[in-house]
Design a protein around this ligand. Sequence first.
Ligand code: SAM
Length: 215
Amino acid sequence: MELRGLRDDVYRRPLATALDRLGIGPGWTCVDVGAGGGDVTVALAEIVGHDGRVYAVDSDPQARDEVAAAAAAHSQVLAITQSGEDLRLPEPVDLAFCRFLLLHVVDPSLVLRRMAAATRPGGWVVAQEPITSAGRIAGRPFTMPDARHPDVGALLPSLVREAGLDIVDAWAEAPAGAGPGPVADYLEVLTEVDPGDDPVVLPPLVTVVAQVPVA
Ligand SMILES: C[S@@+](CC[C@H](N)C(=O)[O-])C[C@H]1O[C@@H](n2cnc3c(N)ncnc32)[C@H](O)[C@@H]1O
């Protein structure tokens, strides 16, 4: 089973909660930084409609093809190969969004500053990042040795403030379950271990909703 679709499925509620919190609507211009396969990009494109625009930015050139395929029905999506550290867009956006990105980058603060700089005054920056070690399988902590900052979610509110942004809201949410279902499926794809009937709490995703100050 493919991980991308499952991540979208099990972490859909935090995404929906964050987008509701913003009041995002038709005509908005957005950037999805570290867009990957385009789950968030497509969700944004469906909301902003054909009068809006969504830049899907990823440092991996392969992601551009994946996003293009995922968003084929959405002509308002523009996929760009660029690193978050070098984020430069043709226009200021209303919303800069990242999910499961900052745990992988060398310098999360720099990427947040670039996202802030890409957003118009009064516009929104939203980051959703995990606290990997706070996840539990049968009571034991998760590990993610390949990530540069597996617990970056725990630092997110202060990183966002240090990027010069005003925090409007911040919270953490963790999908949980026991036995067969999307949480067990997700874990099995991620770790190649079937948790059976063991209780699983996936890594909480910390969401920070922030605004660019109006000078
Ligand atoms: C775990 S995936 C998350 C994808 C998507 N945001 C989601 O939530 O489904 C992380 C993505 O970030 C991209 N990425 C990693 N470092 C990056 C960087 N410095 N700048 C931009 N994209 C980066 C990777 O290529 C990958 O596609």
